[in-house]
Write a protein that binds this ligand. Sequence first.
Ligand SMILES: Nc1ncnc2c1ncn2[C@@H]1O[C@H](COP(=O)(O)OP(=O)(O)OP(=O)(O)O)[C@@H](O)[C@H]1O
Ligand SMILES: [Mg+2]
Length: 501
Amino acid sequence: MPDHLQAVGITKRYGGVYALKGASFALRAGEVHALVGENGAGKSTLARILAGSARADSGAILLHGAPVEITTPLDAQRLGIGIIYQELDLFGNLTAGENTVIGNLHFPEGRLVSFRRMEEFCRPFLRQVGLDCDIRQTAAALSIGQRQLLAIARALSMDARILLMDEPTSSLFDDAAERLFGLIAALKQRGVSIVYVSHKMDEIFRVADRATVLRDGETIGTVDVAGTSVNELIRMMVGRELQIDSIKTARAARPPSGEIVLAAEKLTTAKLRQVSFELRRGEVLGIAGLVGSGRSELGAALFGLHRITGGTLRLAGELRAPRSPRDAMASGVGLLPEDRRLEGLMMRMSVLENATLAVLPRLSGLGFIHRRRERASLAPVARQLALNCPSPAAPVGQLSGGNQQKVLLARWLLLNPTVLFLDDPTRGIDIGAKQDIYRLIDELAAAGKAIILVSSELPELLRCCHRILVLNEGCVTAHFDAAEATQEKIMSAATNAGVRA
Ligand SMILES: Nc1ncnc2c1ncn2[C@@H]1O[C@H](COP(=O)(O)OP(=O)(O)OP(=O)(O)O)[C@@H](O)[C@H]1O
Ligand SMILES: [Mg+2]
Protein backbone atom coordinates (compact mmCIF):
# COMPACT_ATOMS: atom_id res chain seq x y z
CA MET A 1 0.00 0.00 0.00
CA PRO A 2 1.44 3.39 -0.89
CA ASP A 3 2.08 5.79 1.93
CA HIS A 4 -0.78 8.02 2.82
CA LEU A 5 0.98 11.33 2.48
CA GLN A 6 4.48 11.81 1.22
CA ALA A 7 6.76 14.80 1.01
CA VAL A 8 9.62 14.18 -1.38
CA GLY A 9 12.75 16.31 -1.61
CA ILE A 10 11.14 19.48 -0.33
CA THR A 11 13.29 22.60 -0.48
CA LYS A 12 12.24 25.98 0.85
CA ARG A 13 14.41 29.06 0.98
CA TYR A 14 13.70 32.35 2.69
CA GLY A 15 16.16 34.84 1.23
CA GLY A 16 19.53 33.29 1.88
CA VAL A 17 18.25 30.89 4.54
CA TYR A 18 17.33 27.33 3.73
CA ALA A 19 14.41 26.33 5.96
CA LEU A 20 14.26 22.95 4.18
CA LYS A 21 16.91 21.31 2.02
CA GLY A 22 15.44 18.35 0.17
CA ALA A 23 13.54 17.05 3.18
CA SER A 24 11.45 13.91 2.75
CA PHE A 25 8.90 12.27 4.94
CA ALA A 26 6.21 9.62 4.58
CA LEU A 27 3.09 9.21 6.66
CA ARG A 28 1.22 5.90 6.85
CA ALA A 29 -2.52 5.66 7.16
CA GLY A 30 -3.64 5.62 10.77
CA GLU A 31 -0.26 6.27 12.36
CA VAL A 32 0.94 8.98 14.68
CA HIS A 33 4.18 10.22 13.21
CA ALA A 34 6.37 12.53 15.27
CA LEU A 35 8.43 15.22 13.58
CA VAL A 36 11.36 16.19 15.76
CA GLY A 37 14.43 18.39 15.58
CA GLU A 38 16.13 21.35 17.17
CA ASN A 39 14.72 24.89 17.08
CA GLY A 40 14.91 26.05 13.48
CA ALA A 41 15.29 22.54 12.02
CA GLY A 42 12.37 23.13 9.64
CA LYS A 43 9.48 21.26 11.31
CA SER A 44 6.95 24.08 11.17
CA THR A 45 7.96 24.98 7.63
CA LEU A 46 7.32 21.42 6.49
CA ALA A 47 3.96 21.40 8.26
CA ARG A 48 3.01 24.74 6.69
CA ILE A 49 3.91 23.47 3.23
CA LEU A 50 1.74 20.37 3.69
CA ALA A 51 -1.10 22.58 4.92
CA GLY A 52 -0.89 24.99 1.99
CA SER A 53 0.15 28.06 3.93
CA ALA A 54 3.67 28.07 2.52
CA ARG A 55 4.90 26.95 -0.90
CA ALA A 56 7.89 24.75 -1.51
CA ASP A 57 10.51 25.98 -3.98
CA SER A 58 10.95 22.44 -5.21
CA GLY A 59 9.95 18.90 -4.35
CA ALA A 60 6.67 17.01 -4.52
CA ILE A 61 3.75 16.10 -2.30
CA LEU A 62 2.00 12.79 -2.95
CA LEU A 63 -1.33 11.65 -1.59
CA HIS A 64 -1.91 7.89 -1.91
CA GLY A 65 0.98 7.84 -4.32
CA ALA A 66 -0.38 10.50 -6.65
CA PRO A 67 1.10 14.00 -6.88
CA VAL A 68 -1.09 16.79 -5.52
CA GLU A 69 -0.89 20.57 -5.66
CA ILE A 70 -1.42 22.25 -2.32
CA THR A 71 -1.16 25.96 -2.88
CA THR A 72 -3.71 27.32 -0.41
CA PRO A 73 -5.07 26.24 2.95
CA LEU A 74 -8.36 25.56 1.18
CA ASP A 75 -6.64 23.04 -1.13
CA ALA A 76 -5.34 21.26 1.95
CA GLN A 77 -8.79 21.24 3.53
CA ARG A 78 -10.32 19.75 0.38
CA LEU A 79 -7.70 16.99 0.47
CA GLY A 80 -8.57 16.27 4.08
CA ILE A 81 -5.46 17.81 5.62
CA GLY A 82 -5.94 19.87 8.76
CA ILE A 83 -3.41 21.78 10.83
CA ILE A 84 -2.99 23.24 14.28
CA TYR A 85 -0.32 25.88 13.95
CA GLN A 86 2.44 26.40 16.49
CA GLU A 87 1.65 30.09 16.55
CA LEU A 88 -2.11 29.86 16.74
CA ASP A 89 -3.82 31.64 13.88
CA LEU A 90 -7.04 32.59 15.64
CA PHE A 91 -8.61 35.99 15.14
CA GLY A 92 -8.56 37.68 18.53
CA ASN A 93 -11.52 39.94 17.82
CA LEU A 94 -13.77 37.17 16.47
CA THR A 95 -15.72 34.89 18.78
CA ALA A 96 -14.81 31.30 19.50
CA GLY A 97 -17.73 30.24 17.29
CA GLU A 98 -16.76 32.50 14.41
CA ASN A 99 -13.19 31.30 14.60
CA THR A 100 -14.40 27.73 14.22
CA VAL A 101 -16.66 28.26 11.22
CA ILE A 102 -14.81 30.90 9.24
CA GLY A 103 -13.27 29.38 6.09
CA ASN A 104 -14.63 26.00 7.14
CA LEU A 105 -15.86 23.96 4.18
CA HIS A 106 -18.06 21.95 6.50
CA PHE A 107 -19.95 25.04 7.51
CA PRO A 108 -20.92 26.63 4.23
CA GLU A 109 -23.15 29.28 5.76
CA GLY A 110 -20.11 31.26 6.85
CA ARG A 111 -20.25 33.30 10.01
CA LEU A 112 -23.35 35.35 9.33
CA VAL A 113 -25.74 32.81 10.78
CA SER A 114 -27.75 32.44 13.90
CA PHE A 115 -25.96 31.82 17.12
CA ARG A 116 -28.01 28.62 17.55
CA ARG A 117 -26.79 27.17 14.28
CA MET A 118 -23.19 27.98 15.10
CA GLU A 119 -23.53 26.57 18.59
CA GLU A 120 -24.97 23.31 17.21
CA PHE A 121 -22.07 22.99 14.86
CA CYS A 122 -19.28 23.86 17.32
CA ARG A 123 -20.45 22.23 20.52
CA PRO A 124 -19.53 18.59 19.76
CA PHE A 125 -15.99 19.55 18.83
CA LEU A 126 -15.53 21.82 21.82
CA ARG A 127 -16.77 18.96 23.99
CA GLN A 128 -14.31 16.56 22.38
CA VAL A 129 -11.36 18.75 23.32
CA GLY A 130 -12.78 19.58 26.73
CA LEU A 131 -13.15 23.30 26.14
CA ASP A 132 -15.99 24.64 28.21
CA CYS A 133 -16.54 28.18 26.98
CA ASP A 134 -19.26 30.44 25.68
CA ILE A 135 -18.84 30.44 21.89
CA ARG A 136 -19.77 34.13 21.94
CA GLN A 137 -16.55 34.96 23.80
CA THR A 138 -13.82 36.46 21.65
CA ALA A 139 -10.68 34.41 21.18
CA ALA A 140 -8.70 37.21 22.81
CA ALA A 141 -10.70 36.76 26.01
CA LEU A 142 -9.71 33.09 26.30
CA SER A 143 -6.63 31.95 28.18
CA ILE A 144 -3.74 30.73 26.07
CA GLY A 145 -4.52 27.11 26.96
CA GLN A 146 -8.15 27.61 25.95
CA ARG A 147 -7.08 29.15 22.65
CA GLN A 148 -4.95 26.08 22.00
CA LEU A 149 -7.97 23.85 22.59
CA LEU A 150 -10.10 26.04 20.34
CA ALA A 151 -7.58 25.65 17.51
CA ILE A 152 -7.71 21.88 17.97
CA ALA A 153 -11.53 21.89 17.97
CA ARG A 154 -11.54 23.92 14.77
CA ALA A 155 -9.21 21.47 13.04
CA LEU A 156 -11.44 18.58 14.15
CA SER A 157 -14.53 20.35 12.81
CA MET A 158 -12.93 20.39 9.36
CA ASP A 159 -13.05 16.60 9.44
CA ALA A 160 -9.44 16.07 8.46
CA ARG A 161 -8.15 12.58 7.62
CA ILE A 162 -4.63 13.85 8.15
CA LEU A 163 -4.00 16.16 11.06
CA LEU A 164 -0.81 18.13 11.49
CA MET A 165 -0.22 19.21 15.09
CA ASP A 166 2.62 21.66 15.67
CA GLU A 167 3.49 21.58 19.38
CA PRO A 168 -0.15 21.22 20.43
CA THR A 169 0.62 20.81 24.12
CA SER A 170 3.01 23.73 24.44
CA SER A 171 0.41 25.74 26.33
CA LEU A 172 -1.69 22.93 27.74
CA PHE A 173 -1.41 21.77 31.30
CA ASP A 174 -1.24 18.17 32.35
CA ASP A 175 -4.98 17.55 32.51
CA ALA A 176 -5.69 19.09 29.12
CA ALA A 177 -2.68 17.35 27.57
CA GLU A 178 -3.98 14.02 28.92
CA ARG A 179 -7.28 14.65 27.25
CA LEU A 180 -5.53 15.44 24.00
CA PHE A 181 -3.65 12.14 24.13
CA GLY A 182 -6.99 10.37 24.60
CA LEU A 183 -8.36 12.26 21.64
CA ILE A 184 -5.35 11.32 19.50
CA ALA A 185 -5.91 7.64 20.35
CA ALA A 186 -9.58 7.94 19.39
CA LEU A 187 -8.76 9.69 16.10
CA LYS A 188 -6.23 6.99 15.31
CA GLN A 189 -8.93 4.36 15.87
CA ARG A 190 -11.01 6.14 13.27
CA GLY A 191 -8.12 5.93 10.81
CA VAL A 192 -6.98 9.52 11.06
CA SER A 193 -3.22 9.92 10.57
CA ILE A 194 -1.41 12.44 12.69
CA VAL A 195 1.82 14.35 12.30
CA TYR A 196 2.93 15.35 15.75
CA VAL A 197 5.59 18.02 16.26
CA SER A 198 6.95 18.24 19.79
CA HIS A 199 10.08 18.85 21.84
CA LYS A 200 8.78 16.76 24.70
CA MET A 201 10.37 13.34 24.57
CA ASP A 202 7.95 11.74 27.02
CA GLU A 203 5.03 12.73 24.76
CA ILE A 204 6.70 11.39 21.66
CA PHE A 205 7.36 8.05 23.28
CA ARG A 206 3.82 7.97 24.49
CA VAL A 207 1.81 8.91 21.41
CA ALA A 208 3.96 8.30 18.36
CA ASP A 209 4.42 5.12 16.30
CA ARG A 210 7.32 6.45 14.26
CA ALA A 211 9.47 9.56 14.32
CA THR A 212 11.26 11.48 11.60
CA VAL A 213 14.21 13.62 12.59
CA LEU A 214 15.01 16.86 10.80
CA ARG A 215 18.29 18.68 11.20
CA ASP A 216 19.14 21.93 9.40
CA GLY A 217 16.32 21.37 6.93
CA GLU A 218 17.37 17.85 6.00
CA THR A 219 15.83 14.51 6.89
CA ILE A 220 18.20 12.53 9.08
CA GLY A 221 16.03 9.44 9.26
CA THR A 222 12.79 7.81 10.34
CA VAL A 223 12.67 5.35 13.23
CA ASP A 224 10.14 3.12 14.95
CA VAL A 225 9.60 4.72 18.32
CA ALA A 226 9.30 1.35 20.07
CA GLY A 227 12.72 0.37 18.77
CA THR A 228 14.61 3.51 19.74
CA SER A 229 15.63 5.46 22.83
CA VAL A 230 15.51 9.07 23.91
CA ASN A 231 19.28 9.27 23.64
CA GLU A 232 19.27 7.89 20.12
CA LEU A 233 16.64 10.42 19.02
CA ILE A 234 18.57 13.27 20.62
CA ARG A 235 21.77 12.11 18.98
CA MET A 236 20.03 12.16 15.59
CA MET A 237 18.63 15.62 16.33
CA VAL A 238 21.83 17.32 17.38
CA GLY A 239 24.35 15.14 15.55
CA ARG A 240 26.40 14.39 18.66
CA GLU A 241 26.06 13.19 22.22
CA LEU A 242 24.38 15.76 24.41
CA GLN A 243 25.06 16.29 28.07
CA ILE A 244 21.71 16.26 29.86
CA ASP A 245 21.96 17.20 33.51
CA SER A 246 20.29 14.75 35.78
CA ILE A 247 18.04 16.35 38.37
CA LYS A 248 20.06 14.95 41.23
CA THR A 249 23.52 16.14 40.20
CA ALA A 250 22.47 19.55 39.00
CA ARG A 251 19.97 20.52 41.63
CA ALA A 252 20.82 23.68 43.52
CA ALA A 253 21.50 22.58 47.07
CA ARG A 254 23.06 25.52 48.87
CA PRO A 255 20.46 27.71 50.53
CA PRO A 256 21.23 31.28 49.50
CA SER A 257 21.68 33.76 52.30
CA GLY A 258 21.79 37.04 50.40
CA GLU A 259 19.72 40.05 51.36
CA ILE A 260 15.96 39.89 50.91
CA VAL A 261 15.04 41.70 47.70
CA LEU A 262 11.37 40.92 47.60
CA ALA A 263 8.93 40.18 50.39
CA ALA A 264 5.25 39.54 49.84
CA GLU A 265 3.05 39.60 52.91
CA LYS A 266 -0.52 38.35 52.54
CA LEU A 267 -0.54 39.58 48.96
CA THR A 268 -4.08 39.58 47.61
CA THR A 269 -5.45 40.28 44.13
CA ALA A 270 -8.55 39.23 42.21
CA LYS A 271 -7.08 35.73 41.92
CA LEU A 272 -4.53 35.50 44.77
CA ARG A 273 -5.36 35.10 48.41
CA GLN A 274 -2.89 36.11 51.12
CA VAL A 275 0.24 34.90 49.42
CA SER A 276 3.37 35.35 51.54
CA PHE A 277 6.97 34.58 50.64
CA GLU A 278 10.45 36.05 50.66
CA LEU A 279 13.00 36.08 47.92
CA ARG A 280 16.72 36.58 48.44
CA ARG A 281 19.53 37.62 46.16
CA GLY A 282 20.98 34.55 44.48
CA GLU A 283 17.83 32.55 44.97
CA VAL A 284 15.67 30.68 42.48
CA LEU A 285 12.15 30.28 43.79
CA GLY A 286 9.95 27.86 41.89
CA ILE A 287 6.20 28.28 41.56
CA ALA A 288 4.19 25.13 40.95
CA GLY A 289 0.46 24.80 40.49
CA LEU A 290 -2.23 23.79 38.02
CA VAL A 291 -3.79 25.99 35.40
CA GLY A 292 -5.66 28.84 37.04
CA SER A 293 -3.87 28.33 40.37
CA GLY A 294 -2.55 31.89 40.27
CA ARG A 295 0.98 31.27 39.02
CA SER A 296 0.83 33.76 36.18
CA GLU A 297 -1.32 36.08 38.27
CA LEU A 298 1.54 36.39 40.73
CA GLY A 299 3.80 37.59 37.92
CA ALA A 300 1.14 40.04 36.75
CA ALA A 301 0.83 41.46 40.27
CA LEU A 302 4.58 41.83 40.77
CA PHE A 303 4.92 43.47 37.36
CA GLY A 304 2.20 46.04 37.96
CA LEU A 305 -0.23 44.52 35.48
CA HIS A 306 -2.91 43.48 37.95
CA ARG A 307 -4.02 45.47 40.93
CA ILE A 308 -2.96 44.40 44.38
CA THR A 309 -6.01 44.70 46.62
CA GLY A 310 -4.56 43.59 49.92
CA GLY A 311 -1.37 42.78 51.77
CA THR A 312 2.01 44.35 51.20
CA LEU A 313 4.92 44.06 48.85
CA ARG A 314 8.46 45.08 49.73
CA LEU A 315 11.03 45.56 47.03
CA ALA A 316 14.62 46.06 48.23
CA GLY A 317 13.24 46.78 51.68
CA GLU A 318 10.94 49.53 50.48
CA LEU A 319 7.23 49.21 50.81
CA ARG A 320 5.83 49.57 47.31
CA ALA A 321 3.46 47.95 44.89
CA PRO A 322 4.27 48.57 41.20
CA ARG A 323 1.38 50.35 39.54
CA SER A 324 2.49 49.69 35.96
CA PRO A 325 5.09 47.63 34.10
CA ARG A 326 7.17 50.79 33.74
CA ASP A 327 6.99 51.30 37.47
CA ALA A 328 7.92 47.66 38.07
CA MET A 329 10.91 47.90 35.75
CA ALA A 330 12.05 51.05 37.54
CA SER A 331 11.99 49.00 40.75
CA GLY A 332 14.12 46.32 39.14
CA VAL A 333 11.42 43.75 38.40
CA GLY A 334 11.26 41.94 35.04
CA LEU A 335 8.61 39.59 33.68
CA LEU A 336 8.90 37.06 30.89
CA PRO A 337 5.20 36.51 30.19
CA GLU A 338 3.54 33.21 29.44
CA ASP A 339 1.98 34.31 26.18
CA ARG A 340 4.81 35.74 24.09
CA ARG A 341 2.79 36.55 21.02
CA LEU A 342 0.12 38.70 22.61
CA GLU A 343 2.10 40.21 25.42
CA GLY A 344 5.67 40.29 24.35
CA LEU A 345 6.89 40.34 20.80
CA MET A 346 6.29 42.72 17.91
CA MET A 347 6.33 40.24 15.04
CA ARG A 348 7.08 42.78 12.32
CA MET A 349 9.91 44.44 14.22
CA SER A 350 13.45 43.16 14.04
CA VAL A 351 15.14 40.80 16.44
CA LEU A 352 17.34 43.66 17.58
CA GLU A 353 14.45 46.06 18.14
CA ASN A 354 12.49 43.44 20.05
CA ALA A 355 15.42 42.48 22.23
CA THR A 356 16.35 46.05 23.08
CA LEU A 357 12.84 47.44 23.45
CA ALA A 358 13.01 47.67 27.21
CA VAL A 359 16.54 49.07 27.41
CA LEU A 360 15.97 51.83 24.88
CA PRO A 361 16.09 54.65 27.41
CA ARG A 362 19.53 53.47 28.49
CA LEU A 363 20.90 53.07 24.98
CA SER A 364 19.58 56.24 23.47
CA GLY A 365 21.33 59.53 23.79
CA LEU A 366 20.22 62.94 22.49
CA GLY A 367 16.91 61.45 21.37
CA PHE A 368 18.21 58.82 18.99
CA ILE A 369 19.21 55.23 19.50
CA HIS A 370 22.75 54.10 19.11
CA ARG A 371 22.33 51.21 16.70
CA ARG A 372 25.89 50.15 17.14
CA ARG A 373 25.62 50.12 20.89
CA GLU A 374 22.37 48.19 20.51
CA ARG A 375 24.00 45.54 18.36
CA ALA A 376 27.00 45.29 20.62
CA SER A 377 24.84 44.73 23.66
CA LEU A 378 22.80 41.98 22.00
CA ALA A 379 25.69 39.90 20.68
CA PRO A 380 26.91 38.27 23.93
CA VAL A 381 23.39 37.54 25.10
CA ALA A 382 22.46 36.00 21.74
CA ARG A 383 25.51 33.80 22.02
CA GLN A 384 24.64 32.77 25.57
CA LEU A 385 21.18 31.70 24.41
CA ALA A 386 22.43 30.08 21.18
CA LEU A 387 19.97 32.30 19.31
CA ASN A 388 19.65 31.10 15.74
CA CYS A 389 18.64 33.93 13.42
CA PRO A 390 19.89 35.07 10.02
CA SER A 391 20.62 38.61 11.21
CA PRO A 392 19.69 40.98 14.05
CA ALA A 393 17.75 42.96 11.45
CA ALA A 394 15.44 40.05 10.56
CA PRO A 395 11.82 40.47 11.64
CA VAL A 396 11.11 38.37 14.71
CA GLY A 397 8.12 36.82 12.91
CA GLN A 398 10.54 35.03 10.59
CA LEU A 399 12.28 33.16 13.37
CA SER A 400 11.35 29.62 14.35
CA GLY A 401 9.07 29.40 17.39
CA GLY A 402 11.81 28.43 19.81
CA ASN A 403 14.07 31.23 18.66
CA GLN A 404 11.28 33.76 19.17
CA GLN A 405 11.15 32.72 22.80
CA LYS A 406 14.87 33.28 23.10
CA VAL A 407 14.55 36.86 21.80
CA LEU A 408 12.15 37.66 24.59
CA LEU A 409 14.44 36.11 27.14
CA ALA A 410 17.31 38.14 25.66
CA ARG A 411 15.31 41.30 26.28
CA TRP A 412 15.22 40.61 29.99
CA LEU A 413 18.83 39.59 30.21
CA LEU A 414 19.76 42.92 28.63
CA LEU A 415 17.59 44.81 31.06
CA ASN A 416 19.35 43.09 33.90
CA PRO A 417 16.63 43.39 36.57
CA THR A 418 17.20 42.43 40.21
CA VAL A 419 14.10 40.26 40.33
CA LEU A 420 13.20 38.27 37.24
CA PHE A 421 9.88 36.45 36.96
CA LEU A 422 10.14 33.76 34.29
CA ASP A 423 6.76 32.33 33.30
CA ASP A 424 7.45 28.99 31.64
CA PRO A 425 10.70 30.12 29.95
CA THR A 426 11.46 26.84 28.18
CA ARG A 427 8.13 26.36 26.46
CA GLY A 428 8.82 25.43 22.83
CA ILE A 429 12.58 25.35 23.44
CA ASP A 430 14.46 22.32 22.15
CA ILE A 431 16.09 19.87 24.49
CA GLY A 432 19.64 21.15 24.02
CA ALA A 433 18.75 24.82 24.40
CA LYS A 434 16.73 23.97 27.50
CA GLN A 435 19.92 22.86 29.18
CA ASP A 436 21.49 26.18 28.19
CA ILE A 437 18.61 28.03 29.82
CA TYR A 438 18.92 25.98 33.01
CA ARG A 439 22.61 26.82 33.19
CA LEU A 440 21.81 30.45 32.48
CA ILE A 441 19.40 30.48 35.42
CA ASP A 442 22.16 28.99 37.59
CA GLU A 443 24.55 31.71 36.43
CA LEU A 444 22.10 34.53 36.99
CA ALA A 445 21.47 33.30 40.51
CA ALA A 446 25.18 32.93 41.16
CA ALA A 447 25.60 36.52 39.99
CA GLY A 448 23.17 37.67 42.66
CA LYS A 449 19.89 37.91 40.76
CA ALA A 450 16.69 36.74 42.36
CA ILE A 451 14.57 34.57 40.12
CA ILE A 452 11.02 33.33 40.27
CA LEU A 453 10.49 30.39 37.95
CA VAL A 454 7.07 29.16 36.90
CA SER A 455 6.98 25.83 35.12
CA SER A 456 4.49 23.09 34.41
CA GLU A 457 7.37 20.65 34.15
CA LEU A 458 8.15 19.54 37.67
CA PRO A 459 11.58 18.07 36.84
CA GLU A 460 12.49 21.56 35.63
CA LEU A 461 11.55 23.08 38.97
CA LEU A 462 13.43 20.39 40.86
CA ARG A 463 16.46 20.95 38.64
CA CYS A 464 16.64 24.74 38.97
CA CYS A 465 15.13 25.92 42.24
CA HIS A 466 16.28 26.36 45.80
CA ARG A 467 12.75 26.47 47.11
CA ILE A 468 9.36 25.69 45.62
CA LEU A 469 6.09 27.36 46.44
CA VAL A 470 2.91 25.52 45.50
CA LEU A 471 -0.21 27.50 44.60
CA ASN A 472 -3.68 26.08 44.60
CA GLU A 473 -6.68 28.26 43.78
CA GLY A 474 -4.76 31.39 44.60
CA CYS A 475 -3.48 30.17 47.97
CA VAL A 476 -0.05 28.89 48.98
CA THR A 477 -0.63 25.24 49.92
CA ALA A 478 2.98 24.18 50.38
CA HIS A 479 6.47 25.57 50.56
CA PHE A 480 9.38 23.17 50.08
CA ASP A 481 13.15 23.37 50.29
CA ALA A 482 14.71 21.86 47.19
CA ALA A 483 16.16 19.04 49.26
CA GLU A 484 12.80 17.82 50.53
CA ALA A 485 10.65 18.45 47.43
CA THR A 486 9.51 15.57 45.25
CA GLN A 487 7.16 15.44 42.28
CA GLU A 488 4.63 13.52 44.37
CA LYS A 489 4.62 16.05 47.20
CA ILE A 490 4.28 18.95 44.80
CA MET A 491 1.43 17.33 42.86
CA SER A 492 -0.40 16.49 46.02
CA ALA A 493 -0.19 20.08 47.29
CA ALA A 494 -1.18 21.42 43.88
CA THR A 495 -4.31 19.29 43.67
CA ASN A 496 -5.63 18.78 47.21
CA ALA A 497 -7.58 21.91 47.97
CA GLY A 498 -7.77 22.67 51.63
CA VAL A 499 -4.22 21.70 52.58
CA ARG A 500 -2.59 24.81 53.96
CA ALA A 501 1.07 25.32 54.60
N1 LIG B 1 8.71 33.46 7.03
C1 LIG B 1 10.02 33.22 7.17
N2 LIG B 1 10.94 34.07 6.71
C2 LIG B 1 12.25 33.85 6.86
N3 LIG B 1 12.78 32.75 7.44
C3 LIG B 1 11.92 31.85 7.93
C4 LIG B 1 10.51 32.02 7.83
N4 LIG B 1 9.91 30.96 8.41
C5 LIG B 1 10.92 30.16 8.85
N5 LIG B 1 12.12 30.69 8.56
C6 LIG B 1 13.43 30.10 8.88
O1 LIG B 1 13.43 28.74 8.51
C7 LIG B 1 14.11 27.93 9.45
C8 LIG B 1 13.21 26.80 9.93
O2 LIG B 1 12.18 27.34 10.72
P1 LIG B 1 10.99 26.48 11.32
O3 LIG B 1 10.03 27.44 11.91
O4 LIG B 1 10.47 25.56 10.29
O5 LIG B 1 11.74 25.66 12.47
P2 LIG B 1 11.14 24.64 13.56
O6 LIG B 1 11.83 23.33 13.33
O7 LIG B 1 9.67 24.65 13.53
O8 LIG B 1 11.71 25.27 14.92
P3 LIG B 1 11.02 25.44 16.40
O9 LIG B 1 11.27 24.16 17.13
O10 LIG B 1 11.84 26.54 17.04
O11 LIG B 1 9.59 25.79 16.23
C9 LIG B 1 14.58 28.87 10.54
O12 LIG B 1 15.91 29.20 10.30
C10 LIG B 1 13.68 30.09 10.37
O13 LIG B 1 14.31 31.26 10.81
MG1 LIG C 1 8.24 25.28 14.87
